[in-house]
Design a protein around this ligand. Structure first.
Ligand code: NAP
Length: 275
């Protein structure tokens, strides 16, 4: 993947390159979603994270197709819906996603949620899609250490990426270490806690110290850890603000300080209930 935009990329375990910062497109639809993708492309974003659950693959595909950016220069992730688990159902769901996106491959296909009793067969289907070269990389989402251990017992291919909720207020050090040891790229979702923790006085103090916004400090904290992150915004101003997290640094001490904010705070369900 070639980009003229100066931004950090990570190399997945199979050699595929992916931008560290991307746009999450949950909860945007129609013209608003198409405009957000267009604004993001203009800002420099090259990674887009959708899912069949978000019901906007069509719009995301339209916006990317109508842009002047080559398909090879964007990285598109989509995900298997919870209702589509199982070997054959997964293969069918993948074709449906491709059709909606109007693409002949996706860069990354993820299992959205470790659905009890079905995740093994679904992973086997993802391995087939990968071996058949229908996707550049495969991975999982919401897989805690227990789920990754289980997957390792039957997988021929170790996921290239694990997308989980991960913030200073949900600092999962053991999971981060586990993924780093196995060369599984960690990617954080809901990195801005949907705004709920952006008023934390410790974060505000850091924002003042670096003359940056609270959102930029949190996103930069991810980048300093080597964690890919996918904040969502439909506002061009915020898209630019979030992209601005790429052009400054935090000290190691401040990163370590933010690691101590942990209070097991979650926006989304705890995947542990699927064990
Ligand atoms: N795998 C999974 O199970 C899973 C679960 C949840 C999310 N995700 C992915 O992760 C992406 C991001 O997570 P999320 O959408 O839940 O939450 P988020 O990115 O933490 O927060 C998005 C919210 O914050 C606002 N915002 C954006 N930039 C801001 C800024 N600079 N300052 C203040 N507020 C700002 C947005 O409003 P505006 O749009 O008005 O700017 C929106 O309301 C999703 O879009 C999705 O792609 C995956």
């Amino acid at each position: 993947m070639v980009s003229t935009i100066n931004q950090p990329y990570t190399t997945l375990s199979n050699g595929i390159e992916m931008p560290l910062l991307g746009l999450g497109v949950y909860d945007m639809h129609g013209a608003e979603a198409e405009q957000a993708v267009q604004d993001a492309l203009e800002t420099g974003y090259r990674l887009f994270d959708t899912a069949s659950l978000y019901e906007n693959e069509n719009e995301i595909g339209n916006a990317l197709r109508n842009s002047n950016i080559a398909r090879a220069d964007v990285f598109v992730t989509t995900k298997l819906g919870n209702v589509d688990h199982g070997y054959d159902a997964t293969l069918r769901a993948f074709e449906k996603s491709l059709e909606k996106l109007q693409m002949d491959y996706v860069d990354l296909y993820l299992i959205h949620w470790p659905v009890k009793g079905q995740r093994k067969e679904s992973w086997k289907a993802l391995e087939k899609l990968y071996n058949d070269k229908r996707v550049k990389a495969i991975g999982v989402a919401n897989y805690l250490v227990e789920f990754l251990d289980e997957l390792e017992s039957y997988a021929f291919i170790i996921p290239m990426l694990n997308q989980v909720e991960f913030t200073p207020w949900l600092f999962q050090g053991e999971l981060l270490q586990y993924c780093q040891n196995r060369n599984i790229q960690l990617q954080s979702y809901s990195p801005l806690t949907r705004g709920l923790k952006l008023g934390d006085p410790r974060l505000i103090a850091l924002a003042e110290k670096y003359d940056r916004s609270p959102a930029q400090i949190v996103l930069r904290w991810n980048i300093e850890h080597g964690i890919s992150t996918i904040p969502k915004s439909v506002s061009k101003k915020r898209l630019q603000e979030n992209f601005g997290s790429l052009n400054f640094k935090l000290t190691a001490d401040d990163v370590a300080f933010m690691d101590t904010f942990n209070e097991n705070f979650r926006i989304c369900d705890n995947p542990m209930e699927m064990l």
